[in-house]
Design a protein around this ligand. Structure first.
Ligand SMILES: NC(=O)c1ccc[n+]([C@@H]2O[C@H](COP(=O)([O-])OP(=O)(O)OC[C@H]3O[C@@H](n4cnc5c(N)ncnc54)[C@H](O)[C@@H]3O)[C@@H](O)[C@H]2O)c1
Length: 253
């Protein structure tokens, strides 16, 4: 699928990796619909990028809200052939900490947003893409989900986050299999450490400490580097059912 032809819903598109994806799609002539809870940042980005980019205030876990936002996005873009799931949250809490066992509600919340939210948008977007007229490669759509290297190398305190991202990684192949007949590809990106608002409060020294195990280049990833991978996955018709790391070679200790 050529970037200029993309009509992409980007969840979490108001910030960080999602924002970079929206910018990259727009730069290459595609259209994007930002799905995000953060109305202030989402609306500002849509206003900055202008025609071809719309903002939809939506919680990815809300069935009715996502369905309604997909209607609006479809109308705004004149169709829908891509979904990029970047909406997510991270918490730090151990299985058993100083105050006792991990709070079950907080565990459920991370699973709900990162895993169930990704699935919710994937299923509703794919159902729409299935009605598209296939392009020259027989494609009706492409889906990119965002896991994390924590899916494979979760660290202390990452039990909920790692479980949610392990779920996202695990959905990749069965989703690609389920949607093959419809001509919809599904790939998942597992980012390493990226310089997004998640790390905004850190000074250069703290960033260098985080990046010390990155092989090369020894720095945090740039959101534009993630976005370039999203576009590669959209454009290369033979990429399907893959979990792709982008992490400068780091393996979390
Ligand atoms: N930054 C990293 O180093 C890194 C590494 C690995 C994986 N990731 C993953 O990449 C994705 C993007 O991360 P980021 O660093 O850009 O984070 P970010 O906090 O900058 O952006 C996440 C966006 O998701 C939105 N969001 C959160 N919950 C939502 C919900 N229920 N409905 C709709 N929108 C919601 C937020 O408002 C925010 O705009 C996340 O899934 C994160 O887990 C990030």
């Amino acid at each position: 699928m050529q970037s200029a032809d993309l009509k992409a819903v980007v969840t979490g598109g108001a910030s960080g990796l999602g924002e970079a994806t929206v910018r990259a799609i727009r730069e290459r002539g595609g259209r994007a619909a930002i799905f995000d809870l953060n109305a202030e940042k989402g609306a500002a980005l849509a206003a900055e990028l202008g025609e071809g980019v719309s903002f939809h205030a939506v919680d990815v876990t809300d069935e009715a809200a996502v369905a309604a936002a997909l209607d609006a996005a479809d109308a705004a873009m004149g169709g829908l052939n891509m979904a990029v799931n970047c909406a997510g949250i991270a918490i730090a809490e151990k299985v058993v900490g100083r105050d006792g066992p991990h709070d079950l509600g907080r565990f459920r919340k991370v699973i709900d947003i990162n895993l169930v939210g990704t699935f919710n948008v994937m299923r509703l977007a794919a159902a729409r893409m299935a009605a598209n007229t296939p392009n020259a490669d027989g494609e009706r759509g492409v889906i990119v989900n965002t896991a994390s290297i924590a899916a494979l190398e979760g660290q202390k305190g990452q039990i909920a986050y790692a479980a949610s991202k392990g779920g996202v990684a695990g959905m990749t192949l069965p989703a690609a299999r389920d949607l093959a007949r419809e001509g919809i590809r599904v790939n998942t990106i597992a980012p390493g450490l990226f310089e997004t608002p998640m790390f905004e409060g850190l000074n250069e020294e703290a960033k260098a400490e985080l990046a010390k195990d990155v092989l090369f280049p020894r720095r945090l990833g740039r959101p534009a580097e993630y976005a370039a991978l999203v576009l590669f996955l959209a454009e290369n018709p033979y990429m399907n059912g893959a979990l792709v790391r982008i992490d400068g070679g780091i393996r979390l200790p």
